[in-house]
Design a protein around this ligand. Structure first.
Ligand code: ATP
Length: 140
């Protein structure tokens, strides 16, 4: 059976996760509050849904509980990112990965139970620097 994931927020980061998961043959529900963004992913993701994920009843109605791993890739709107993460926890989603904007954002996300917090720009910078020092420029 295919693995089933959901990605909330279809900016550059969330969008690239959706595309790669599909490449890797997973089922992906792509979710964004913006219907234009959702339209972009209608032919890429398994399902694409326009929804405000800060609303618990909306999250329940799209069946978010059935996904084994949910990524919250809402960037600038820190409040929406925190509220979405909190709702996912309350609904009982097993694994939640969240993109953080800064250290304070990460602190709150960890307190409310995010399983994995990532800083894509920072993490990629660290990886590239490490690869530069080890001369392994092919592996990033
Ligand atoms: P990137 O750097 O990856 O492009 P970003 O940090 O600029 O992303 P944003 O564009 O701020 O991220 O947010 C990513 C997406 O999250 C946007 O497409 C936005 O519409 C969506 N988003 C914001 N608030 C909500 C919400 N409440 N529910 C669902 N999606 C939302």
């Amino acid at each position: 059976m295919k693995k089933e994931f959901a990605v909330i927020g279809l900016g550059r980061f969330g969008g690239s996760i959706v595309r790669e998961l599909i490449e890797l043959d997973a089922d992906v529900m792509a979710i964004d509050i913006s219907s234009e963004r959702v339209d972009e992913y209608a032919h890429i993701a398994t399902q694409a849904v326009a929804a405000d994920t800060t609303d618990e009843s909306v999250l329940r109605s799209i069946g978010i509980r059935n996904f084994e791993h949910v990524v919250v890739a809402i960037g600038e709107n820190i409040q929406a990112s925190i509220l979405t993460t909190l709702m996912l926890k309350e609904i009982g989603v097993k694994k939640i990965t969240v993109k953080a904007q800064n250290d304070s954002h990460e602190k709150v996300l960890r307190k409310i139970g995010a399983d994995q917090v990532v800083h894509p720009e920072r993490d990629m910078g660290i990886r590239i620097a490490n690869n530069m020092v080890s001369n392994n420029i092919l592996d990033y």
